[in-house]
Design a protein around this ligand. Sequence first.
Ligand code: ATP
Ligand code: MG
Length: 363
Amino acid sequence: MQDIALEVIKILENHGYIAYIVGGYVRDYLLNIETMDVDICTNAKPKDIMDIFETVPVSSIQYGSVSVIYKKYKFDITTFRKEIKYEDNRKPVKIKYIDNIKKDLLRRDFTINTLCMDKNGDILDFLNVRDDIDKRIIRTVGNPRYRIKEDVLRILRAIRFATRLDLVIDDKTMHYLKKYGYLLKKLSYVRKKEELNKIFSSSNREKGKKLILELKLDKFLDIPNLSKTVMVNDIIGIWSQLDVDSLYPFTKIEKQQMERIRFLLNEDIYDPYVIYCNGLYLCTVVAMIKGLNKTKINEIYNNLVINNKKDIVVKPNDIMRVLNKDAGSYLKNIMNDIEKMIVYGKIRNDHDDIMKFVINNYK
Ligand code: ATP
Ligand code: MG
């Protein structure tokens, strides 16, 4: 992957441009973390880049970024730029292409995200911030007092990097993350959810929770339940406890799952019939939230004699025949009873046994 990215850089250089790998990839490389997401920066303009490479259509040219496909890999190539003015504490209203990498690096969020790699794979530290990455510190490029306020997404990005990479946020940056936390109110729920998902899906998610609470951001993220949320290894499990289904964007299926999880929190999750009706996934999530034994749930699930109604060897027709009755809604009730009896192991999933049960109870 890196070799191919470096080829892209060489191609740009052969066309007379300057180009580097920048940001996340270099940061993760120095922290010994493998990443597939490679960002490249260059002084070539989007149009120049599109003349050289095959590009993904409808890229955000207005923001000076082009997605290039090269040898089946996708690279985001961004033209060196200066961001002139920010609007709504989020987006730059105007950008200006520039020829100078250093100025481009100055508009970036954190020092750990400003290191570059050249075509030979050498690390270039134009802003002289290498120390921060070696000491594992998150610090804004320039004064956090301005850098956080101009783009509030950086608050969540800082927490995300601190969580996922297990870094420490520097004191002054921390101070302004807290101070401008209220501006998160302005950020869309889509964006907030994207970042929170990345925090919640990290194996270090407890740290993310701690930071959000310490910075008192739960209020501005509208997740007041966070303090009592069990940080399970499943984002739907976490969101179900946060209980913000109508505020944050979720699919219909996710909403159903979250509702079900909340319902199951008050049920006996070791009950085979509960496991049978709700399936392994939801029950495992509930077990994690309640601190119950996942293996036991697994065992009960694997020992289920049937997995759904279709597995029952007797069909409604057989029941009609033995009861000598016409079809009717009573059949559904009897099938439900049979299903339950089989799941609880009170009768076997065997034609004669089931028939005996039907004759004894419904004739
Ligand atoms: P990852 O890809 O792991 O999420 P990343 O640092 O690569 O992390 P991207 O969103 O891919 O993040 O952005 C690429 C680079 O662009 C960053 O490393 C950073 O230099 C810059 N950047 C991204 N978002 C912002 C922002 N909101 N403010 C300033 N600079 C940013
Ligand atoms: Mg990236």
